[in-house]
Design a protein around this ligand. Structure first.
Ligand SMILES: Nc1ncnc2c1ncn2[C@@H]1O[C@H](COP(=O)(O)OP(=O)(O)O)[C@@H](O)[C@H]1O
Ligand SMILES: [Mg+2]
Length: 249
């Protein structure tokens, strides 16, 4: 099987002020894969996502996404690539004064010249994909936590991205909602052939959906591969991560 790498990170080094957060991080993510970045709170997961979005520049190293060297690109050059990437933030980041449909249509209003009828059709289709057909005219305050997350996915999908990034997608959700969100993520990958990167400390979710993962601790990747392969690791930090999280469940 010859899968193409859609994300390649090589020897990434990044710091805030003088503190190194990620040191010599290298990995590849292949097309149509659900790839997880695991690690405890504060290990640098969100920082890594910000790099993949080109929001911050590394101290050293290379990041290439869809064959595009983003470490060299300026903001204008990043724009076409940003349209290929959907991002679901940790909070759902919906505008409270706008209906669900208006929230989801925002990227289309901003980045396309589509007539409003077309925008309406696209928005309704994306809301359908995440099972929110009935809620298009609701305000965010009228939605449950799980519905907000699904709305955020619909918005992230609205430009038909090739890549979808999630930051702690199950945080704040009860187990039933978390499982439902995981099912939606797998379905998006299966039916729309997108590549998914999820950043999380939720082992239950990762066991359910990820094909491969990396685990970060002490600024380095301390384990990588399938979850089964990771569990064979002799590194005490990896063993502790699995023990601690399995006990929580
Ligand atoms: N804007 C920032 N300025 C300074 N330090 C930061 C900033 N953002 C994050 N950090 C620090 O960098 C480390 C990694 O943070 P983060 O990437 O948010 O971790 P995670 O998402 O894994 O919890 C933490 O020690 C955090 O305090
Ligand atoms: Mg984080």
């Amino acid at each position: 099987m010859n899968k193409k790498a859609v994300i390649e990170v090589k020897d990434l080094v990044t710091s805030y002020d003088d503190k190194i957060v990620l040191d010599m991080i290298s990995f590849s993510t292949y097309e149509e894969e659900i790839f997880a970045v695991l690690g405890g709170s504060g290990c640098g997961k969100t920082t890594l996502l910000r790099h993949l979005l080109g929001l911050i520049k590394p101290d050293a190293g290379l990041i290439s996404i869809l064959d595009y060297d983003i470490t060299k690109a300026n903001d204008d050059e990043m724009q076409p690539l940003r349209e290929q990437i959907g991002m679901v933030f940790q909070g759902s980041a919906l505008f409270n004064s706008m209906t669900l449909a208006e929230n989801v249509s925002l990227p289309l209003e901003e980045y396309t010249d589509y007539p409003s009828r077309v925008i309406r059709d696209i928005v309704d289709w994306k809301l359908h994909i995440v099972g929110l057909d009935h809620a298009r005219d609701y305000l965010p305050s009228e939605l449950s936590g799980g519905m907000k997350k699904r709305a955020a996915i619909a918005r992230a999908m609205v430009m038909d991205p090739k890549l979808l990034f999630f930051d702690e997608h199950t945080t704040g959700l009860d187990p039933v909602m978390a499982a439902e969100l995981d099912r939606i993520i797998v379905r998006l990958r299966d039916e729309l052939n997108i590549t998914v990167v999820v950043v999380t400390h939720d082992l239950t979710s990762i066991r359910r959906i990820s094909d491969r993962a990396i685990m970060i601790a002490d600024t380095h990747i301390i384990a990588s591969g399938s979850i089964k392969e990771m569990e064979q690791s002799g590194d005490s930090r990896v063993i502790n991560f699995f023990m601690q999280h399995d006990m929580e469940e």
